[in-house]
Design a protein around this ligand. Structure first.
Ligand code: NAP
Length: 472
């Protein structure tokens, strides 16, 4: 049990992905604050999308956890893994014990495309596929049939590119990653030869970034195919003020369009100005009907996709929609259903009537699913600044439980508490397994397997109890 002086500002952070870690870091780095941070994380493992969203073949992006580790090592920070708001604790529990709450829960849901056939077996959100290959416990038992020849990925963002790349990595490339074992073995045996990535607007409007597009051109086992017609942009379809990034994308796509096939076994075809109108199939996916779009300038100057009469069906056995993430409401916490985020103004959570709360929000749950990992640093800083302003203005003064009682409560809310030292044990276990397999890490993907590592004796006891009942 930690001794916590009662005068301290006590902040609860819900969710310990990048934005929660940055929020904790900003609070602890503020030399004017006497603060203690309790972080409650629903999973046993921290780091959110860095662990379960970033592509397994992008290890450099994951090194950012070294910064978060420093935050977690601060004695004014306590980690409570395996604690879920709505299951183990409530908003009211936190408001009664903390001066402020920061929600850092991300946007775990997916956006539907609202076309017929979307729910057929073989059609899935990319969020599920990404969670599956990254070993997220919620998704590790998903089943993706990789015995077909063609997959279609809908969307033109970085998630679409990640997913297309994962579907075409060679076994040797897969083996160098920390991809979850179940997915690595399945993808190594995959029979998919072609992945078609479909953007509803033109190449100039694509949301993927230059490095991700460039990576497609140097894959060990897949060619990239682009039609010259689709990347020659008519003047009417051009942006008035194109970004440098979109210009570089266009140049790269034009180069891909002149490339011949390089003889790789697989290929990624990038298609533009096409929208799905239905997922075709009876009992499972057989293809996607696509309509050709033209771009029209809206009143705000943006170019929007409008369908023409031209339609065609592309046969495919797997359809993944990578059209964006969406937040899910937390029990009792004001939610902006239109934007799919926690209702907030500049990171301050607002009640439906507009009244102030002692609650704050950071990351994708605040601003929607956009930006890279580092974007959350600035975002969290802005929210923490608002929190400190409110504290100075006396808006966080509230009759809350005394520090010792809060410590006892927080240490005891999980059905099986998971401490920071426990996470370090899991981390070491995965890294050592990785060392043995000559890989960066071998992930534990089931909660039960993680608990086995943490409490082997308890598991044996439970096993004996079950056996004793069996023989009784
Ligand atoms: P995103 O960047 O917002 O892209 C979503 C894509 O889906 C857009 O091309 C969008 O087209 C399209 N779309 C939306 N609704 C559609 C519909 N009904 N039909 C067809 N297409 C539709 O989202 P994301 O790819 O999920 O990525 C989320 C964030 O994570 C982004 O900021 C991304 O950069 C980041 N991320 C970064 C990396 C990395 O750094 N390597 C990796 C993964 C993700 P319109 O433009 O026409 O709306």
């Amino acid at each position: 049990m930690t001794d916590v002086p009662s005068t301290r500002l006590r902040v609860a952070i819900v969710g310990l992905g990048p934005s929660g870690a940055y929020a904790a870091g900003h609070l602890l780095a503020n030399g004017d604050l006497d603060v203690h941070v309790d972080a409650f994380e629903r999973l046993l493992t921290p780091w959110g999308l860095v662990r379960s969203g970033v592509a397994p073949d992008h290890p450099n992006i994951k090194t950012v956890t070294r910064v978060y580790d420093k935050t977690a090592a601060d004695p004014r920070f306590t980690y409570h893994g395996n604690v879920e708001l709505g299951r183990d604790i409530s908003r009211e529990d936190l408001l009664a014990r903390y001066h402020a709450i920061i929600y850092a829960v991300g946007t775990p849901g997916d956006r539907p495309m609202a076309v017929p056939g979307e729910d057929l077996p073989g059609s899935a959100p990319a969020t599920a596929f990404v969670g599956w290959y990254n070993g997220h416990p919620d998704h590790r038992d998903e089943v993706f049939d990789l015995s077909c020849r063609r997959a279609v990925v809908i969307g033109n963002g970085n998630v679409a590119i990640d997913v297309a790349r994962m579907l075409t990595l060679t076994p040797a490339e897969l083996g160098r990653t920390d991809m979850a074992d179940h997915a690595m073995f399945a993808l190594a045996r995959s029979e998919i030869e072609e992945v078609v990535v479909v953007g509803r607007r033109g190449p100039e409007q694509a949301a993927f970034t230059n490095p991700e597009l460039r990576e497609l051109g140097v894959l060990a086992g897949a060619d990239v195919a682009v039609s010259a017609n689709e990347v020659t942009v008519p003047d009417a379809f051009r942006e008035h003020a194109p970004s440098k990034a979109s210009q570089r994308n266009l140049a790269l796509l034009a180069e891909y369009a002149t490339r011949g096939r390089r003889g790789h076994a697989k290929r990624i075809a990038l298609r533009f100005l096409l929208s799905p109108t239905q997922i075709v199939g009876d009992r499972r996916v057989r293809g996607v009907e696509l309509v050709r779009n033209r771009l029209e300038r809206a009143d705000d100057g943006s170019l929007r996709a409008h369908p023409t009469a031209a339609r065609a069906v592309v046969s495919a056995g797997l359809v993944l929609r990578a059209v964006g993430y969406r937040g899910r409401p937390l029990p009792g916490v004001p939610f902006d259903a239109q934007r799919g985020v926690i209702a907030n103004v500049g990171g301050r959570v607002v009640e439906p009537g507009g009244g102030p709360t002692r609650e704050y929000v950071v990351g994708w749950a605040k601003r929607g699913p956009s930006g890279v990992i580092g974007t959350n640093k600035r975002c969290a800083q802005d929210t923490v600044r608002a929190l400190v302003q409110d504290m100075v203005a006396g808006r966080l003064d509230a009759p809350i439980a005394d520090a010792g009682a809060v410590r006892d409560w927080a240490d005891d809310v999980a059905s099986v508490p998971v401490t920071w030292a426990d996470w370090e044990t899991l981390d070491r276990h995965e890294l050592q397994a990785g060392q043995r397999a000559n890989r960066p890490r071998v992930k534990l993907t089931r909660v039960s397997d993680m608990l086995d590592v943490l409490h082997p004796a308890q598991r044996e006891d439970q096993g004996s109890a079950v056996l004793a009942r069996f023989w009784a």
